[in-house]
Design a protein around this ligand. Structure first.
Ligand SMILES: [Cu+2]
Length: 356
């Protein structure tokens, strides 16, 4: 492990919060802790913070708060993505009628470099699709014609490799040079929950820097009505030492802990769960006080598992379905404790009214 901010001390430095000091003091503490971590004196700064702390962090923690969290407010204008919007935002492309009466869907994707704040005070030089990490969730129906207008707006070669069926020349493994464009076109097959990502070497760096997104192909007959939520399990190696310091679903650590995702009691919830985590062999999703039906890769309409933990290797994905019969606040998180401590902790807020 390299010097500076190690994966084990970053959140002890940025994240003392939930039990910490008044907001202004807290911000100063965060900064000093991050700086201390960078200079290798975090333990002293931590001791100082523990000694001088007091008062709540910005934003109320869940009722049964843990000692997890980050200090300071998230700035969504600088965030890799707006986590609430990302959950439910689907880009269906610009539709038109293709020969034979099929639907043609056209999407525009550009790679852009962007410095994003992956935790308060922690800036990451991301490579993005359309300015966000993860990239936009592209969605089509099985059998649609998909046309993706790709432009490389950076100084590095990039491309887009889609998971799914397509001809070799549409496989997205040829680098597209800086400033150049390419049109990927193929039929949307097979239905399921897929992924797209840059496929330029070194692959782990191009992916980890942020060039990935979700690609959903709906079955011809659709799926039952549900509250649909896209969750990308991802992580950031903020000091480029080959280990992640931050874990999350949808990029911001502890975001859904501070801002629980509201769902209605008894409504069908469908999670499109992806794992794009680089540098770790697996990631996982555990739901509290409930079990879910699993549709691996979303390619079948019959469930194969009923469980409360699913473990996925990189690029594996699964559609999960469940209902909460009781109101209340319920955790969901990785079932790897270190990932939890480094950000991958979230809540559902199950409510009775329509305020969802
Ligand atoms: Cu790339």
């Amino acid at each position: 492990m390299g010097g500076g901010v190690s994966r084990r001390n970053l959140f002890r430095t940025t994240a003392l919060g939930i039990a910490g000091a008044a907001a202004g003091a807290l911000a100063r503490t965060t900064r000093s802790l991050v700086e201390a971590a960078r200079s290798g004196t975090a333990d002293h700064a931590l001791h100082a913070a523990a000694t001088h702390g007091g008062g709540p962090a910005a934003g109320p923690p869940p009722a049964h708060a843990t000692d997890l969290g980050v200090v300071g407010a998230f700035d969504l204008g600088r965030a890799p993505v707006d986590p609430m919007r990302y959950l439910t935002h689907f880009d269906w492309g610009r539709p038109s009628r293709a020969p034979g009466g099929r639907t043609l869907r056209e999407y525009r994707i550009i790679t852009q470099n962007r410095d994003v704040e992956v935790a308060p005070g922690v800036v990451f030089p991301a490579w993005t699709f359309n300015g966000q990490v993860p990239g936009p969730t592209l969605r089509a129906r099985a059998g649609d014609r998909v046309r993706v207008h790709f432009s490389n707006g950076t100084l590095h070669p990039h491309n887009i490799h889609f998971h799914g069926f397509h001809p070799a020349e549409m496989d997205g493994v040829e680098p597209i040079p800086a400033g150049r464009s390419f049109v990927y076109e193929f039929d949307a097959e097979p239905f399921g929950l897929h992924l797209y990502h840059c496929h330029v070497q070194p692959l782990k760096r191009h992916i980890h820097k942020g060039l990935y997104g979700t690609f959903i192909i709906d079955p011809p007959e659709g799926r039952p009505p549900a509250r649909e939520l896209v969750m990308m399990m991802n992580a950031f190696d903020t000091n480029f030492d080959g280990e992640n310091e931050i874990y999350a679903v949808n990029s911001l650590p502890f975001y859904y802990m501070r801002h629980p995702i509201r769902v209605r009691r008894n409504e069908l919830v469908r999670v499109y769960l992806m794992n794009i985590t680089e540098f770790d062999p697996i990631n996982s999703f555990h739901l509290h006080a409930n079990f879910f039906h699993v549709y691996r890769t979303g390619t079948r309409l019959t469930t194969t598992e009923f469980t409360d933990v699913i473990t996925l290797g990189q690029a594996e994905r699964a559609v999960l379905e469940f209902r909460y019969p009781r109101t209340g606040r319920f955790m969901f998180h990785a079932h790897q404790s270190e990932f939890v401590e480094l950000g991958w902790m979230s809540f559902f807020e199950v409510v009775d009214d329509g305020a969802v």
